[in-house]
Ligand binder design. Structure first.
Ligand code: HEC
Ligand code: HEC
Ligand code: HEC
Ligand code: HEC
Length: 408
């Protein structure tokens, strides 16, 4: 940064601000335009690049695993399912656990991260948090019986023969092939299942994940968690427009036959949980098909994961907040002790709003990462506890720190 001229710095910040506020992917809806042109995608933080940094240059995986791959010293980061608001949640998780992490890193071995790298890593962590945990094949076998599947289907050596043996579906060893087949054949199963079983079986909690693990155990050993990075939000948006939008809207755009699926609607965030919801609602969705034979659209390849990534991406954006609440949070959490009530700076901590550089979640997380160890050392010397943050604090703090009116 030091080598950039004022003008370059200005441009840099404009670009950074535009990208960062867009979050991983923000869908900007412009109404009254034809569907394909109605939304544009802004992408920062590329999960694949985050994965490369996590497992490569930044050595996070020396201590952390994601879905079982990596170190055992620190928590498996796929176990932390994102709360809301997603970016505020990520930044606060990182903030709150930083002192424990630095203790483990012993001194200043913590890898340096610039803003771009932080954005990639946050995007990757967010995606890692939306992967399924490895399912339990033994539990899945019980699910297969309890839901009545075994009444008609066989898998391996057990089960009924009223319907096709499912070994060939399981044989691919691909969790998505299994989810896809269930969705695509739901229409043909509605009649027989309601006749034979009396009701459409409902999947709860981890049941679908366990069933997939059971199928996987009969095939190539796949679990739904297999690949953290499967699915693309961008492809998902295409699939959503082609196959779902006639009945479902996001942020008011689209059909209203089924519920709106935008950020305010509560949705499960892993592929197996999502496949379970699709299955559970399949008969009701089919009942609303324009013609009985039209059914609901078949999904191919990884399209379940794609649509899910798209829907989840709508929930990953810069948290909004209030400068008034932020000022209070700044004092209540103890930041003001060192930085001053207006973040104007004191002997114990620098002024936090210099020269118009707007804070974003990514820049706040990056500042924490690079200045945190010194901050913690100061807190220890002063006998102050490390201030912990709530996910919603982040948006408020950013609004406060960026509001020139509250800076004196
Ligand atoms: C030297 C070991 C080590 C390295 C390297 C490391 N961490 Fe950590 N990390 C930890 C420990 C230990 C904790 C748990 C701290 C606690 O809870 O007090 C932690 C906690 C976390 C958490 C919060 C987890 C939770 O369960 O809430 C996140 C997120 C995180 N680290 C991200 C990263 C990232 C990203 C990197 C790489 C840039 C990284 N860590 C590198 C040891 C490490
Ligand atoms: C009442 C009998 C019945 C029950 C119970 C039943 N199915 Fe089916 N299933 C069928 C029939 C019939 C087909 C073939 C549909 C077709 O031809 O499209 C089928 C097809 C499938 C397929 C696609 C098979 C292929 O060859 O691609 C899968 C996967 C499947 N079922 C999974 C399940 C699961 C999982 C359950 C339990 C939740 C279940 N089924 C319960 C009758 C049943
Ligand atoms: C023919 C219209 C139609 C199509 C096409 C359709 N859906 Fe639905 N969907 C519905 C209806 C109606 C419901 C409400 C079902 C109920 O009340 O159980 C629903 C429910 C759902 C739900 C559960 C929402 C909840 O939490 O209550 C999800 C998730 C969903 N659909 C996703 C999709 C996806 C993804 C696609 C595209 C692959 C799709 N739907 C295509 C009509 C449709
Ligand atoms: C114990 C005193 C202390 C507390 C409490 C404290 N800080 Fe700091 N903070 C510091 C010091 C000292 C630095 C400078 C560290 C350095 O030089 O690397 C700093 C640096 C920062 C920076 C980086 C500034 C820059 O120039 O980029 C940010 C952002 C920040 N603090 C935010 C906060 C927030 C938000 C809180 C409350 C949640 C907080 N701090 C609580 C002492 C503190």
């Amino acid at each position: 940064m030091a080598v950039l001229s004022k003008r370059q710095q200005f441009l840099f910040w404009i670009v950074a601000a535009v990208l960062a506020t867009a979050g991983l992917i923000t869908i900007v809806a412009r109404e009254h335009q034809p569907a394909p042109a109605r939304h544009s995608l802004y992408v920062i933080g590329i999960p694949e690049k985050g994965a490369a940094l996590f497992f490569g240059a930044k050595h996070c995986s020396i201590c952390h695993a994601v879905n079982g791959a990596g170190g055992r010293v620190a928590p498996d980061l796929s176990g932390i399912h994102p709360g809301t608001p997603a970016m505020g949640w990520l930044a606060s998780v990182l903030w709150n656990h930083a002192p424990g992490m630095w203790r483990q890193m012993r001194g200043n071995q913590s890898p340096r991260l610039n803003q771009e790298e932080m954005a990639h890593i946050l995007a990757f962590l967010y995606q890692a948090g939306t992967a399924d945990r490895p399912g339990d094949a033994a539990a899945g076998k019980r699910v297969f019986a309890a839901k009545g599947c075994a009444h008609c289907h066989s898998l391996g050596s057990e089960g009924g023969h009223l319907a096709p043996d499912l070994s060939h579906v399981a044989a691919s060893g691909d969790a998505f092939a299994w989810m896809r087949a269930m969705w695509n054949h739901a229409q043909a199963m509605v009649g027989p299942i309601t006749r034979e079983i009396g009701q459409w079986p409902q999947f709860k909690g981890g049941e679908m994940n366990d069933l997939i693990a059971y199928a996987g155990a009969n095939g190539g050993g796949a679990t739904a968690g297999g690949s953290v990075l499967r699915g693309s939000a961008e492809r998902g948006w295409q699939v959503f427009q082609a196959k779902c939008m006639a009945c479902h809207a996001v942020r008011g755009n689209g059909g209203h036959v089924g519920p709106e699926l935008g950020p305010d609607h509560d949705l499960p965030n892993t592929p197996a949980q999502f496949a379970a919801v699709l299955w559970n609602h399949a008969p009701a969705m089919l009942a609303h098909a324009p013609t009985p034979s039209a059914g609901t659209p078949a999904l191919e390849g990884d399209e379940i994961a794609d649509v899910l990534k798209f829907l989840v991406s709508l929930r990953y954006f810069e948290p909004v907040g209030s400068p008034f609440l932020g000022e209070r949070v700044f004092t209540e959490r103890g930041c003001a002790r060192c930085h001053g009530a207006k973040a104007e700076g004191t002997r114990e901590g620098p002024r936090l709003r210099s020269g118009g550089d707007a804070f974003t979640t990514v820049s706040l997380a990056t500042a924490l990462w690079s200045h945190g160890p010194a901050m913690r050392a100061r807190a220890e010397r002063l006998g102050i506890e490390w201030p912990t943050l709530e996910p919603t604090d982040i948006g408020d703090l950013i609004s406060f720190l960026n509001d020139p009116g509250r800076q004196k």
